[in-house]
Design a protein around this ligand. Structure first.
Ligand SMILES: [Zn+2]
Length: 278
């Protein structure tokens, strides 16, 4: 191998049907060209990156705002969930709280990453909170749905007898009246006050033709003195479903509905289970 002697490069451009163009280019010239070209490319790249970084910063700003908004929403969600839990009468469950120990001092704008991280932590905490609370909420809702509510009669009624001690309508002594009597016209339709299963629908002594419905959660309702029953034992009824018609069967002095509510096997005052207790 001998000494490297600079030799000119020959650049040839061939053209179809035309004479080719040729240049002789010295390495130094080529080098200058390369430097120039790469310099230009460099500047273009630099400009591109600066622009990209600026754009990214802009995006970062948007991202931070979005993350902050997201965290706010999670906070709102958590507050709503807590309120709902409280209103449902559920013992307050602890939602793991964001650490506030390092608060105070100089306020530093949190980055999008930090905000998203915090949001993620909150969501994880909320998910486990929901998991703990949901069965209770579900039971609460089921219990509420099973609770007798509304009137068994849709016409205006006269309450002829309330729950508790009353003078015996057939004698001179007092007796305990285990329900509310609603005096209405003979044949007035009677509706179930909650969903459930008909336990009994038959003639039962003093109650005459009576329908007893089991609503679950140890709640039952009784509808007595019917002229005609529209359900049989085992019938699944919906709230507001027709179950029979007002009559005066059994121990009754006139057409009326005896409405009874049972909780845990005992009669309770149906008043709190009626829409407007006067
Ligand atoms: Zn009665």
């Amino acid at each position: 191998m001998g000494r490297r002697i600079p030799e000119p490069y020959t650049v040839v451009i061939t053209r179809t049907g035309k004479p080719s163009i040729q240049w002789s280019v010295w390495p130094a010239t080529l080098l200058v060209g390369v430097v120039l070209v790469s310099g230009w490319v460099g500047i273009a790249l630099y400009r591109f990156y600066t622009h990209a970084i600026e754009a990214a910063r802009g995006d970062g700003q948007i991202l931070t705002e979005q993350a902050s908004d997201l965290l706010e929403r999670v906070d709102t969600l958590e507050a709503e969930l807590k309120d709902l839990t409280k209103r449902a009468g559920i013992k307050e469950e602890k939602i793991p709280k964001r650490s506030t120990a390092d608060q105070g001092g100089i306020a530093i704008e949190p980055s999008a990453e930090e905000l998203l991280e915090a949001t993620h932590e909150r969501l994880v905490a909320l998910a486990s909170f929901k998991q703990k609370v949901m069965p209770t909420v579900g039971e609460f809702v089921a219990r509420r749905d099973a609770r007798p509510g509304g009137m068994p009669l849709l016409t205006s009624v006269r309450f002829s007898s309330y729950y508790g001690l009353r003078p015996n309508p057939f004698g001179s002594s007092y007796e305990f009246h285990p329900g509310i009597d609603m005096a209405v016209a003979y044949g007035t339709p009677i509706y179930a006050t909650a969903p459930g299963t008909v336990l009994e629908a038959n003639f039962a002594g003093g109650y005459g033709n009576r329908v007893l419905i089991d609503h679950g959660y140890e709640l039952k309702t009784l509808y007595g003195h019917m002229s005609k029953m529209a359900v049989t034992a085992g019938t699944r009824v919906k709230r507001g479903q027709l179950i029979g018609y007002v009559g005066s069967t059994g121990r009754s002095s006139g057409p009326h509905l005896h409405y009874g509510v049972y909780f845990q096997g005992k009669t309770v005052d149906p008043k709190p289970y009626l829409p407007s207790a006067e």
